[in-house]
Design a binder for this molecule. Structure first.
Ligand code: IPM
Ligand code: MG
Length: 356
């Protein structure tokens, strides 16, 4: 199989973790007889520094024309004072929107070897964590109109949170289909006791639920979800929610996996084009030190093979390689446990590639 991948290393630890994912993909290509070619594009702060914008038009076109996109991370304190229009994050949101990546899958899985690396007690995570967060990615407050204006002598800021039925329905379908392939249990997270968008969300989900009688469906309020994720996470199989709730809950859920450095994600469109990225940020405090955990990015590459290229066996091979390296006691700093061996970012990539 021949595939063109646009690679967006980005800022901070982005280039380091992406290099390890590419290393693993190259190993997969050699082992299974594929050819992956990579085109590198600047995104985020590094693009602002070099081109004056967080992503160039040519860069965006290279994302659109690719078979899939691999991203590291964007942002950092250096660009915090940039005007809203050219902030690093703006490029990430623009790519999501322009590529139509409305469905963000964030699998939250605890490798059993890491149970004691999670800040949660053994009795909570010890039974194993395996849930899937399905986050709506191109709507809601992230993309609604915003403004700051002067009213009665003071500044008033507004961010609108619009959701249309078709946006809710298409993410709902992804969630129900995902649940059908997993434990057939779906919880839809909203704030229907307060928000109008959540009431439309709930109504639309209920309509869909009738089409999927095999799925055990429930509604849950977002504040309660935040509590239940810590109190009793094993009750969940698939969670579906709007953009901002999904952003917040997925960071929370990442702690169930031991470290946010472990969590991959896939952002999918209605076709096969997708963008794959770890859910964590650019970690400027450890950038350039070869200390970052590349596993979230490597597992994101596995998701690319599975979802965009339909290469399930190859994806399994990456996940199994991660499992075996963890079994052998190798850990990056963020998941270090007593009696384990410390690996740098590039060593972790070498170890995983070596198991393919
Ligand atoms: C994420 C990130 C992004 C988001 C930021 C960097 C804009 O936090 O992918 O979760 O909020 O979606
Ligand atoms: Mg986030």
């Amino acid at each position: 199989m021949e595939k063109k991948i646009t690679v967006l290393p980005g800022d901070g630890i982005g280039p380091e973790i992406v290099a390890e994912a590419v290393k693993v993909m190259d190993r997969v290509a050699a082992r299974f007889g594929h050819h992956f070619s990579y085109t590198y594009v600047d995104i985020g702060g590094c693009s602002i520094d070099r081109h004056g914008v967080p992503i160039t038009e040519e860069g965006m076109a290279l994302c659109k024309g690719a078979d899939s996109v691999l991203l590291g991370a964007v942002g950092g304190p250096k660009w915090d004072s940039c005007p809203a229009e050219i902030r690093p994050e703006k490029a990430l949101l623009a790519v999501r929107k322009e590529l139509g990546l409305f469905a963000n899958l964030r699998p939250t899985r605890l490798f059993p070897q890491l149970a004691s690396a999670s800040p949660l007690k053994q009795e909570i995570v010890g039974q194993g964590i395996d849930l899937m967060i399905v986050r709506e990615l191109t709507g809601g407050v992230y993309f609604g109109a915003r403004k700051t204006e002067e009213v009665n002598g003071e500044l008033v800021a507004t961010d609108l949170m619009p959701y249309s039925e078709h946006e809710i329905e298409r993410i709902g379908r992804v969630a129900f289909e995902t649940a059908m392939k997993r434990g057939k249990k779906l919880a839809s997270v909203d704030k229907a006791n307060v928000l109008e968008t959540s009431r439309l969300w709930r109504k639309t989900m209920h309509r869909l639920a009738e089409e999927y009688p095999e799925v055990e469906y429930s509604d849950i309020l977002v504040d309660n979800t935040a509590m239940q994720l810590i109190k009793n996470p094993v009750q969940f199989d698939v969670l579906v929610t709007e953009n901002m709730f999904g952003d917040i809950l997925s960071d929370e859920a990442s702690m169930l996996t031991g470290s946010i450095g472990m969590m991959p994600s896939a952002s999918l469109s209605s076709g096969t084009l997708g963008m794959y990225e770890p859910i964590h940020g650019s970690a400027p405090d450890i950038a350039g030190q070869n200390r970052a955990n590349p596993i979230g990015t490597i597992l994101s590459a596995a998701m690319m093979l599975r979802y965009s290229f339909d290469l399930a066996q190859e994806a399994d091979a990456i996940e199994e390689a991660v499992n075996r390296v963890l079994n052998e006691g190798w850990r990056t700093g963020d998941i270090m446990q007593e009696g384990c061996k410390k690996a740098s970012c590039s060593e972790m990539g070498d170890l995983i590639a070596g198991k393919i």
